[in-house]
Design a protein around this ligand. Structure first.
Ligand code: DQA
Length: 137
């Protein structure tokens, strides 16, 4: 089972960035633990702060991988292009957010990703990524 986690802008700063919202663990540390936990899956990770690079990655993996776990971060709320890419590809996408976006500012309540996603997980911290992996296994 080939799965990839794709993280959007500022998620490279996890561990340092607003730890009260996003926790104090780096994504690299978390990802190593996740890979170990799900040794039976081929789990990859990609992060970019650049909208077009995220779209390129979705197009690259989106016709051959078994599943994509996407946290488009701030682009979730702004990017028609990323939403279109999710609809254009064949691999199922699970949208993940670390924080509970429904309990935050109104501009975070809208997602351009959700309509094309198989499902959405938010508010469970980094554990949301683990739940998304389990949903594919
Ligand atoms: C986020 C929520 C977004 O609103 C925010 O812009 C992020 C992170 C989350 O994982 O909770 O950067 O996607």
């Amino acid at each position: 089972m080939k799965l990839i986690i794709i993280n959007g802008p500022n998620l490279n700063l996890l561990g340092k960035r607003e730890p009260e919202l996003y926790g104090s663990k780096t994504f690299e540390d978390f990802f190593s633990q996740l890979q170990f936990k799900f040794r039976e899956a081929q789990l990859e990770y990609f992060q970019s702060n650049i909208e077009g690079e995220l779209i390129d990655k979705l197009q690259e993996v989106g016709f051959s991988y078994d599943g994509i776990i996407l946290n488009a971060a701030a682009y979730t709320h702004t990017s028609v292009g990323l939403g279109d890419a999710v609809k254009a590809i064949e691999s199922p996408v699970v949208e993940v957010h670390i924080s509970n976006i429904a309990s935050r500012e109104p501009f975070r309540h809208e997602s351009h990703i959700s309509a094309g996603a198989r499902g959405v997980i938010f508010g469970f911290g980094l554990q949301g990524y683990e739940l998304a992996v389990r949903s594919f296994l």
